[in-house]
Design a protein around this ligand. Sequence first.
Ligand SMILES: Cc1cc2nc3c(=O)[nH]c(=O)nc-3n(C[C@H](O)[C@H](O)[C@H](O)COP(=O)(O)OP(=O)(O)OC[C@H]3O[C@@H](n4cnc5c(N)ncnc54)[C@H](O)[C@@H]3O)c2cc1C
Length: 191
Amino acid sequence: MKIFLINGGKAFAHSGGRYNDTLHDTARGTLAEMGHELKEIRVDDGYDIDEEVQNFLWADVIIYQMPGWWMGAPWTVKKYIDEVFTAGHGSMYANDGRSRHDPSRHYGSGGLLQGRRYMLSLTWNAPREAFDEPGNFFEGRGVDAVYFPFHKSQEFIGLEALPTFLANDVIKAPDIEGHIAAYREHLKHIF
Ligand SMILES: Cc1cc2nc3c(=O)[nH]c(=O)nc-3n(C[C@H](O)[C@H](O)[C@H](O)COP(=O)(O)OP(=O)(O)OC[C@H]3O[C@@H](n4cnc5c(N)ncnc54)[C@H](O)[C@@H]3O)c2cc1C
């Protein structure tokens, strides 16, 4: 399988970017061992927008590794998506999906990457129960509800979600060895 690894780690304020670099390396190592063909990019190191469009067209699966910043993706990853997806008009998506002649064609159905998939691997300081426990911060809605607009941006270009990997408590109680082991299991289970 052709897998494109996007590392959205960045050193900023109290984030060092190292947890994300380490999980990105874990994905590279694990998936290479399994015989997958890989391409990768570290967003914060810079990129060529047209090459990134080609990477999306090349891949069967895209993996986003990124920290939770203010309840979602870091601005660097949002900027990357704004730039790359916009340049992908005509190759990654045709249009917004609607048709004057066919009212059954809904908004968001114009993606051209059908049959391909993506996965989120996320690091958060928030503990697991903040996402999953009713009455806690995210009202029991779970991590994928927190990333609803992000998921929709991927669906817009035709991609289908794979199960999300979430590393919690990465500042207050970092357990990098435990998260590496859990992420390897997650990847082996999915791929
Ligand atoms: C602007 C901003 C907004 C934020 N918003 C939120 C938010 O809304 N919700 C939330 O929960 N969190 C939030 N955070 C926290 C953020 O999610 C974490 O800082 C981030 O996930 C940590 O990832 P990192 O790669 O930067 O880790 P790092 O800062 O590099 O590492 C975290 C800890 O793990 C240790 N570590 C990392 N890698 C290794 C390794 N290989 N071996 C041994 N130890 C290691 C580091 O020494 C450090 O103690 C925010 C942070 C910022 C900067």
